[in-house]
Structures are given as C-alpha cells and as structure tokens.
Design a protein around this ligand. Structure first.
Ligand code: G6P
Length: 367
C-alpha cells in the first residue's frame, strides 16, 4: 500500500477531501439503505439491557464522544458519563455492573485510553470500541468492535477519522434506541435517510473551501480565537479550537455559546475573532443572541450557518460561511468540514508544518 498526497499539498487537505467517500464507506457497515434500517455487528451481550454508558477517549476522539453523549441521551434516553481517558483512570469512577463502556480512538493504541479500557473491564463493563485501525490493541480487546473505515490517517491532526467516528456513534445511538424500544419504524427510517445524506452534504461543505481560504488571512493575524456553539455544535466548537491550536499555534478556546457570558465575554474586543457555529434548528435563535452579545462589544464574528441562517443573522459579521441546509442530526458531521478547512488554511497562511505540528504525535503511547 502506498500512501501519497495525490494532488494535494498536505496529507491533511487530502484527508479532509476524502470525507465524502470514507463517511459513506463507514455508513455502509451501519446503515442498510434499501431496508432503511440501522444495523450493528451483533454484540455478545444484550444491548437492551444497557442502563448506562461510559464514554472515554482523548483529543479529537473525545470530542466525537461528546457529540455521542448528546445522541445517546436524546435518542436512547440512556444516561452517559463522559471523560478524557487521563482523568477517568485516576478518579475512581463509579460503574454499575453490566454497563457499557465505549472507547473511541483513531489509532486504537493511545496509552491512556487503553489503560482506561482495561480498568473498565476490571469493573465488569462490556467494552465497545470505535477504532480506525482494525489490527490495533483496542480492537483486539473489545467485546463489540465498531470500526470506522476512514483508511490510514497520516496528518497528525485528526480529520476524517472524526467524521467517521460521528457516523458510527449516530448509528450506535439509533441501535441502542431501537433495542430499548425508543425508536419506532418511522423514526428509524428518518435517521437512515438523514445519515445517508451526509456524504453529499459534506461535498457541499467542501465547495466552500476557497472562500474559507480567502478569509484565513484575517484569522492568521489573531492572537486568540474563540469558537462558540450549542448542543452538538458545542463539541464542534471545542474541536474547531483544538484544530486551530494544533496546527496554527494560535491560542483558541471553544465554549458553549450560553456559557460565554460567564467568563470569555471579558476577552471580547475587535482583535479576537469569534467563530460561531450555528446551523438553523431548535437552538439557532439562542446561539444568535449570544453572537449579538459579542457584536455589541465590538467582536468580529465569523458565522458558519446555512443560507437561511445567514440571511437571518449574517448582517454585521466579519465573514460568513454557507453550509448546505441539513438535518440537525448530521450537522456536526457536516460542520466539521469548515472548522477543519479554516484551521488548515490559517496554518498554511502562517507557514507552519501542517502534517507534523511541533510537539505533537499521531499516536500517544505514553501516559
Ligand atoms: C493525539 C493526536 C490527536 C488525537 C489524539 C487521540 O493527540 O495528535 O489527533 O485526536 O491523539 O488519538 P486516538 O488515536 O486515540 O484517537
């Protein structure tokens, strides 16, 4: 197997562009499009008996898990604990016998996550793993292996593995909901339909690449950048900030839009760009009102929304990024693209080593 960058300048950009295909490939294992059913590899335990889920991961995989938490709670009504692996291991977590512990990892080798997995096993948990490397240690140690089919990811900053993880987690949430009798046939069909729309919507998002590149210069000069989102777009705000930090070395913070007034609002001036992730949907108005609080303090906003959202709230923004209109279920999958592209172009503008950022490793096998 030879892996090259093709026509792309960096592996990261190539991997961003692979997402329509690899998300579709991943979904194939979890969604039966013709039958309009969600499906999983059959676990050797009873999904319907799961009363609590513990999600543990690191880095970008952790943020995928955070989106998963919203979905498991919303669809399956199962309580979810969520932790970064390095904290989980040492905080004496309380786990009920027979709970499901879910580990998410691109590499399947991250030392903290692996140690957390073994700890959860010793506490009588069923072990499910979402991993991209099928031969990895985590894959071998799982009771339920849920592979992502992103293909080898070379860029140190994770991109395509993240969106594939989200696709698997959405399908798992739907499966869990069905097993628990919380998903009727009509709802299941709808979920399948929305998930099946994701690859085309990602393509639509990629079409905005050059517009994102054009605005990257304005972000590249910033010292600090704030990302805001609500609901499943809150983890995306965290992921956007992480991506920017990792490859452009600009200080960035992700915040729940409604929490901004409890601290970060003190940072707002015309030198701190604020990236607002706000697809239209149930939380749109609330996020927009937080955005207006930023604007009232002279903050420079980049609004990422769909056409309707930008029509409704785009005025007075420093820039807008138009996404295809998608169902809220797949919004975090689709809106991952602009935050990845923004980080990428800012890093290129700054001349950093995009694929091999300083001090970072692709897979961290030490504590
Ligand atoms: C490193 C990488 C990140 C990744 C994290 C977790 O920090 O630089 O991109 O998200 O590890 O890796 P994993 O392989 O467990 O998903």
């Amino acid at each position: 197997l030879t892996i090259d960058k093709g026509n792309h300048r960096h592996f990261m950009l190539k991997e961003i562009y692979e997402q329509p295909i690899v998300v579709a490939q991943t979904l194939k294992s979890y969604v039966r499009r013709l039958e309009e059913e969600v499906s999983l590899p059959i676990p050797d335990f009873d999904l319907s008996a799961i009363r609590r889920v513990t999600i543990v991961a690191c880095g970008t995989s952790f943020y995928a898990g955070m989106v998963g938490k919203y979905w498991f709670e919303q669809f399956a009504r199962v309580p979810v604990d969520l932790d970064v692996a390095s904290e989980f291991r040492y905080r004496a977590p309380v786990m009920e016998e027979g709970g499901l512990a879910l580990f998410i990892s691109q590499s399947g080798e991250t030392a903290d996550t692996l140690a957390a997995l073994r700890h959860a096993r010793s506490e009588g948990q069923k072990i499910a793993v979402v991993v991209n490397v099928p031969t990895s240690t985590m894959a071998r140690e799982a009771d339920l292996l849920l592979p992502t089919h992103a293909g080898p990811e070379i860029g140190v900053a994770s991109t395509k593995a993240f969106t594939c993880q989200l696709a698997v987690l959405a399908a798992l949430a739907a499966n869990l909901a069905r097993a628990k009798g919380r998903l009727d046939r009509r709802e299941e069909k709808e979920i399948v339909r929305h998930l099946s729309e994701a690859p085309a919507a990602i393509n639509g998002a990629l079409a905005y690449d050059s517009a994102i590149e054009a605005m990257s210069g304005a972000i590249a000069v910033a010292r600090d950048v704030l990302y805001l989102g609500r609901g499943t777009d809150y983890p995306l705000a965290l992921e956007g900030a992480l991506k920017l930090k990792e490859i452009s070395y600009i200080h960035a913070e992700g915040y729940a839009a409604g929490e901004m007034k409890h601290g970060p609002i003190a940072l707002i001036d015309d030198k701190v760009p604020v990236i607002v992730i706000a697809p239209t949907g149930p939380l749109f108005e609330k996020t927009v009102s937080n955005m207006q609080e930023v604007q009232a303090r002279g903050g420079k906003v980049v609004l990422i929304s769909d056409y309707d959202g930008i029509q409704a709230a785009g005025e007075g923004c420093m820039a807008t990024i138009t996404m295809p209109k998608v169902h809220p279920l797949i919004a975090p999958i689709v809106y991952a693209i602009p935050v990845q592209l923004l980080a990428y172009h800012v890093a290129v503008a700054k001349g950093t080593d995009v694929d091999q950022p300083r001090n970072l490793a692709k897979s961290v096998t030490v504590e």
